[in-house]
Design a protein around this ligand. Sequence first.
Ligand code: ADP
Length: 381
Amino acid sequence: MSDLPTLSQLGIVGAGQIARMTQQAALKLGMTPRLLAEDLGDSAAQAASDAVFAHPDAVAGLVEECRVVTVEHERVDIGLLQALEDAGHCIRPGLKTIRAAFDKMHQRRILLNRSLPVPVFAELNSPDDLIDFATVFGWPVVIKSIRAGQAGERNVWIVESRAEGLRVMSEQAGRPLMAENFQSIVSELVVILARRPGGNVRVYPVVESIQRDLQRHVMRTPAPVGREILNEARTMATAIAEHLDAVGILAVEFFLTPDGLIVNELAARPHNAGHGTIEGCPTSQFENHVRAVLDLPLGPTWSAHKAVVTRNVIGGYDHVDPSRNLAEALAVEGVSVHLYGKIAAPGRKLGHVTAVGDDLEQVDEMAMRAEAALLGRRPSW
Ligand code: ADP
């Protein structure tokens, strides 16, 4: 029997797959993070001997026990985090960044004030607001929840007509909503960077993100766009991180449109589009997140392979459990399989696979085969 140290280096609010992979990176550095899980079955809680479970005072309890606390998901009361920061606790990335990442209206206003390109947006307080917005900007309109919902809950609807829009608004009554004009998207790009207190920044290779049913499905580096676009995206992301004084991983999602880059969204934590950094870069986004929030030197973020492809393993209506097909997936040589220990459900992210190599087409095919094997399907796009 060993006693737990009274003060842990690192606490994580949340115990999903992002926390699980952050926990793995922290363990490598000799730390045992304390986690605030919502449920005993949460991905990271399964792998922690001392996951604290959510109750009203749990966040306050966690910050008391940890030198630094970081936040994995957005289902946390911002006012409570602000009060804890004001009381002198070290919450990273810090409340300025957390507010910008958690509240999409606030985020859009900050970006607009910095003259960064964002979609046209408006808060939706009544059905008339939607009709007025569509009258000016036309259909389709993109309706978004201003704050993220529960894990797996939908936050974005592209509505083609007044009837469809009003139906979404009535179904989502009680959730603060906003409207955005529909963008014609050529491709979606994500810039992931790590930033230490004091401003030292390392930027990862830009990722191309391919969505299916509005959900991120395939991530590729190198992103198939010109050097100028890549530089512009990196410069904007770095400027945003500096403005917010972000600490840890900051991910900036962009739409590349025929008129240029538009900032879609910020996330202030290791990001789903950055899972390929585990095999693809000398230091993963998870390890650099741990290093950055603890103010330790950052590791290199260059691409160690010519091509890196990650595919999310997303549950289908057949409820196939990918862990049953592990042997078939591992038989695809050169692919790294990550499963999150979650119960299969339609639309749920159950794991991901990453393939690396010299030839993008070959790497793409390997990742596709491993994903299909896990889901018991024939390989397909
Ligand atoms: P989430 O937080 O659920 O990932 P996003 O804001 O990233 O929500 O939107 C999910 C997807 O919806 C985007 O990746 C994109 O494909 C599509 N989308 C979001 N906003 C717009 C928009 N203004 N115009 C066109 N498509 C959009």
